[in-house]
Design a protein around this ligand. Structure first.
Ligand code: UDP
Length: 338
């Protein structure tokens, strides 16, 4: 199969590329390298079945050619990280809404199946986890930039479902919860790579708010397995699926776990949200997926524990010198628990 991955040089896209090449598919990635990185596909760059195009998905001429030449599309190109969402909302809204419109419009022209990666941000500050796909969305006011991402991705979902309903375009929608693993950059504020980098450098671990907010972190390899299985599953068309872990941890517990597993001397410091993001910033206290739907459809569930995930990340950051930058001061524990 000829597969096109938008945002293929990103963290998740690069792991998806590896998995699809391993299955024997021909993979083309399109990425403008705004947050994607060449290093992420360096190891497959010379594979005969791999092609890359450094271009924005906003370039309709290029997208027309790429989509006409592929069989299916994994649409991952999007905005990365809450910091970007808060600081550059125009870019985020345009990239999500206009970019996805272009992908769907051209996919429909050639009737190519699209798997759209959406987000758990869709549920907003709904305070009733675990979240099921049919749950209500609870959002703050439009004066808080954070909610622009949730709304933009909701438009993406509406549009994908509308293309299916009116024009019979095959679409599958997934809502990714917190996804982590090797190659995830610490540059965009995501908590796990940031804490591991801080711990390896012996710097203070920056816990935002009171640290009692909780998240569930899923290994990118588990996520990629869900994506490829759903793409092949005929009954997934026009459906929405949560993908994530159900192992909940508070951010304070996470900080302590990272310190322990890296044997770091780092101290935890609490930073108020308004200092970390912007005044009036609203965070989710808890975010956990209900996985009944995906379990029933494709019998998927995560295989990595949080400790297994952290050890994988610590091992990679130690080996590469903390995200390819300065070499870390400490050696991590490498025992792998899954
Ligand atoms: N967070 C933190 N310190 C950091 C970065 C993030 O305490 O240096 C917190 C953040 O406020 C949120 C949680 O960790 O409560 C998860 O943040 P992330 O940006 O990774 O994901 P999301 O907010 O999208 O769940």
């Amino acid at each position: 199969m000829k597969v096109l991955i938008t945002g293929g040089a990103g963290f998740i896209g690069s792991h998806l590329t590896d998995a699809l090449l391993q299955k024997g598919h021909q993979v083309t990635i399109v990425d403008d390298l705004s947050t994607g990185r060449m290093e992420n596909f360096q190891h497959v760059r010379h594979y005969p079945n791999f092609h890359f195009v450094i271009e924005s998905i906003m370039n309709e001429t290029v997208m027309d050619r790429l989509i006409s030449e592929c069989d299916v599309i994994y649409h991952l190109a999007s905005a990365v990280g809450v910091e970007l969402i808060v600081n550059h909302p125009v870019e985020v809204i345009e990239r999500c809404v206009i970019g996805t419109h272009i992908v769907l419009k051209i996919a429909n022209r050639y009737k190519r199946k699209v798997l759209l990666t959406s987000t758990s941000e869709i549920y907003g500050k709904n305070s009733n986890p675990p979240f099921s796909e049919e749950d209500d969305r609870v959002l703050g006011p439009t004066t808080r930039s954070r909610w622009s991402y949730s709304s933009s991705k909701a438009i993406d979902e509406f549009l994908a479902l509308a293309y299916h309903k009116e024009m019979d375009l095959p679409v599958v929608i997934v809502r990714l919860f917190n996804t982590v693993g090797p190659r995830q950059s610490d540059q965009y504020g995501m908590v796990v790579p940031r804490f591991v980098t801080q711990a390896l450098k012996g710097e203070p671990i920056t816990v935002y708010g009171d640290g009692e907010q909780s998240r569930c972190f899923c290994h990118v390899k588990d996520v990629v397995r869900a994506l490829t299985t759903l793409m092949e599953h005929e009954a997934a068309v026009s459906e929405i699926f949560n993908i994530g872990s159900q192992e909940e941890v508070t951010i304070m517990q996470l900080a302590k776990r990272v310190i322990e597993r890296t044997a770091s001397k780092s101290q935890v410091v609490k930073i108020p949200y308004e200092q970390a993001y912007e005044s009036g910033f609203e965070d989710m206290r808890s975010r956990k997926p209900n996985l009944n739907k995906i379990k029933k459809a494709i019998n998927w569930q995560p295989t990595y524990s949080l400790d297994g995930i952290l050890d994988d990340i610590i091992q990679e950051m130690t080996a590469t010198g903390s995200n390819g930058k300065s070499a870390p001061a400490r050696t991590a524990k490498t025992a792998k628990t899954r």
